[in-house]
Design a protein around this ligand. Structure first.
Ligand code: HEC
Ligand code: HEC
Length: 314
């Protein structure tokens, strides 16, 4: 501030001016309002008290990034405490799930009400966080992303098969034990002629009892199928879970069941991929997910599934 003693006084009001002048207009040097000053002083006092008790100054060396304050308050620590309390509560349930599944098989989970509730809740929440973007909220699937609720399994519907699929992923190069197979692109790579592709498309449609046109060449279609397709989809077209080759006889289609869509699958050789989850999710979460998906699938209601073991759930 400039020296007040030398400031001119405004003639009209008798108040000293700041000395600023714009085209003859001068600025009066009024004191700050008292109420304003008190709030100002109070906030200074408050900030000092706050700095003493709460974390305040960032980036001071030796203070782990910031001053701690007398209360040593930390939101991050509070979250960590809440998380570890949650873990402590869920940990034994996850361990119990793992033990029951390992020792008695996944179906035993159905006989233990608390464990079943826990598994379904933990599985549903992990599914919502990690899987629903591709498989749909309830696992209902989309074109290219299989329905996990039905009876039809590309890679196997036993608990162990599902767990392996989730852990290793599908056609996921980064995982050494990923599920892998590759259908040739019969059209794009010119392994078959247009007529042969058209004929085998019609033949595949008849396997699911879909109507084909009267002039379809089913004799050619059957012979192409036998020589080109049966190694993976089997001679009867029922597929092979060890190769991830879908069943072509049940009218359930991963890539769509119109004539055009089936022909497109044969033309391009689909190559569906799923990430491996082994290093992204903790072991017991994968177990809960596999149990959850297993219990979703197979087309069985839980009541039916709790009956005697009937082999694969799918
Ligand atoms: C990025 C998309 C994507 C995400 C995320 C994803 N999946 Fe998949 N999943 C796929 C695709 C695509 C396939 C089919 C691959 C194929 O063509 O064989 C598949 C197949 C599967 C299968 C095999 C189905 C069968 O019929 O054999 C299971 C089981 C499965 N997913 C479970 C899960 C679970 C559990 C999660 C969450 C942890 C998950 N997926 C997350 C894309 C995804
Ligand atoms: C090397 C093994 C292999 C051979 C040979 C093969 N396929 Fe496939 N096929 C597969 C696999 C694996 C898939 C699933 C790919 C995926 O999930 O992305 C598939 C998928 C399909 C689909 C899509 C099914 C759906 O649900 O949408 C059709 C249709 C099909 N194959 C028809 C044929 C026909 C016709 C031939 C012979 C001309 C043939 N395949 C030969 C492995 C094979």
């Amino acid at each position: 501030m400039a020296d007040h003693d030398k400031m001119p006084v405004d003639e009209l009001t008798g108040i000293e001016t700041t000395g600023h002048e714009w085209d003859g207009i001068t600025e009066l040097d009024n004191p700050l309002p008292r109420w304003w000053l008190w709030i100002f002083y109070a906030s200074i006092v408050w900030s000092i008290i706050y700095m003493i008790f709460m974390p305040a100054w960032p980036a001071l060396p030796g203070f782990d990034g910031h001053t701690r304050g007398l209360r040593n308050h930390s939101e991050r620590a509070n979250v960590a405490v809440a998380m570890s309390e949650l873990e402590a509560r869920r940990g034994p349930m996850f361990a119990e799930l793992q033990r029951v599944v390992d020792e008695q098989g996944v179906r035993a989970v159905l006989d233990d009400g608390d464990l079943l509730n826990f598994t379904l809740a933990a599985g549903r929440s992990a599914f919502g966080d990690n899987c629903a973007t591709c498989h749909g909220a309830g696992g209902g699937g989309f074109i290219g992303y299989p329905n996990l609720r039905d009876d039809d399994w590309i890679w196997g519907g036993s608990y162990d098969a599902i767990r392996q699929t989730i852990a290793g992923g599908i056609r996921w190069d980064a995982h050494p034990e990923t599920r892998f197979s590759q259908m040739p692109a019969f059209g794009r790579d010119e392994l078959l002629t247009r007529d042969e592709i058209s004929a085998v498309t019609d033949y595949v449609m008849t396997l699911s009892s879909l109507t084909v046109s009267a002039d379809a060449d089913l004799v050619l279609g059957a012979s192409v199928f036998e020589t080109q397709c049966a190694t993976c989809h089997m001679a009867d077209g029922r597929g092979d879970i060890t190769q991830g080759a879908p069943n072509l006889t049940n009218n359930i289609w991963l890539y769509g069941g119109s004539r055009e869509q089936i022909q497109a699958s044969i033309y391009r050789g689909p190559y569906g991929a799923m990430p491996s989850w082994e290093n992204r999710l903790p072991e017991p979460v994968i177990t809960a997910l596999a149990a959850y998906v297993y219990l979703l699938g197979g087309g069985e209601t839980l009541a039916q599934a709790s009956g005697p073991e009937t082999g694969e759930a799918g």
